[in-house]
Design a protein around this ligand. Sequence first.
Ligand code: SAM
Length: 280
Amino acid sequence: MTSEFALLYVVPTPLGNLNDISDRARSVLCEVVWVAAEDTRHSAPLLKYIGSRARLMAAHQHNEHAAAEQVLARLLAGESVAVISDAGTPGISDPGAYIVAHVRAAGGKVIPIPGPCAAATALSAAGLKDERWLFYGFLPAKSGQRQKALAEVATLPYALVFYEAPHRVLESVADLSATLGAKRTLVIARELTKQFETIHSLPLGEALEWLTADAMRQKGEFVLIVSGAAAAGNDGEGERILKLLLAEDLPVKQAAKLAAAITGTSKNALYARALALKER
Ligand code: SAM
């Protein structure tokens, strides 16, 4: 056994279609000694499919600190490790970041392999005008906290990218519409790379009706992308005017109403934003 500090690889895996694994990801997973997987039972068939005989260790949300120690020990013993998650890129709404930080802090080298990511895949087919986007990931599960979280981003001039689970998609879409404004475009990217892949764009205010018109539309995995406040033509102007009016001690409701009338930004979005600003 060599005592050289071995390499840690971060390896994305397919979102659904097994052919999406890259040649480089495949060879890394076949060459490393260890694969640290979010769910070893889930990943074993993928490793078998590509012919990897790497040894598996568990590295999930609940053991990430212990797993990081284990990964570091293996690397220090000269054994290379690849981190993978159940699907897509580790560290993106998935475990992996702590292990990476731990290894880099100890002086180890981390090699990222580019590959599948649901957010990037959805964005590539969203066709929105926004040049900039913000990756939010999962919103809070409870409606009150979700609306508060949305108020923080309601007036940003960036497309907003959310991950959502099927059992929460209806309530989240209802809150997106109420908080961000019914006129903004929503892109629903569902079951990407899988048999029932669906990519559908519509105004946020029409999304609930569309989703409930067919129960199949609520099934599977979702990326939800909302066009930025800038795409509505106000370029953060709504937020600027809102802040000016609040600074003049106008009541929240009136400030939101006036800022909406002046700039064309959604009144609901500005109201939610004004409440968030007042709470600081
Ligand atoms: N690390 C992954 C990535 O790089 O995209 C994301 C992992 S996160 C735990 C899982 C979420 O990603 C799902 O709830 C869904 O929002 C999104 N997602 C994963 N696979 C997807 C797919 N095939 N189609 C649409 N969304 C997907």
